[in-house]
Design a binder for this molecule. Sequence first.
Ligand SMILES: O=C(O)[C@H](O)COP(=O)(O)O
Length: 214
Amino acid sequence: MAANEGSLLVLVRHGESEWNKLNLFTGWKNPALTEKGRAEALEGGKNLKAAGYTHFDVAFTSVLQRANDTLAIILKEIGQEGLETHKDQALNERDYGELTGLNKDDARKKWGEEQVHIWRRSYDVPPPGGESLELTLKRVLPYYEKEIAPRVEKGEKVLIAAHGNSLRSIIKHLEGLSGEEIVNTELATGVPIVYKLDKSGKVLSKNILNHESK
Ligand SMILES: O=C(O)[C@H](O)COP(=O)(O)O
């Protein structure tokens, strides 16, 4: 199938943020992209362009700056500034609760390596006062089903710029992965994941546009 045929769904995790750089749990806090993060987003846009994905019908993003700015940088690079864009907090990063703002190494010292790993990478154990991936999925998927899937199923080309855990929720759904499989899926910052789908939303192909795939 050529790059410009059929339903297309592209997912991209925001570039590095100031708090990613400082190794802080971020969640719903709103740090800006770093210079490196802006460069990663630009690289993502260039990779989309090189692969021929320069026309989208609609974009979706969270209400957090790092995802909004990643989207804006990509849209500028592919010549689609002004694209219809929907921002919704349903696509925000998972809420990290009491861990928010803490340094990830300091948290390991305080609660132990294993406990922090469970909070970060178990499917259904939420951090204190926050969301597990399962809880994140329960607020991401209703929005996906209501607002995004109908656009994909109409044969439109859809771009989503969001976060590690809101995107994991969508990937789990699309690929029918188990909780264990999805928590072991790491998403690189600023790297577009291109899905081609049939009219029923079934995945026909998946292509990760990293440097090597150019
Ligand atoms: O919110 C955060 O701190 C990150 O964006 C995701 O963190 P994680 O890799 O611990 O899930």
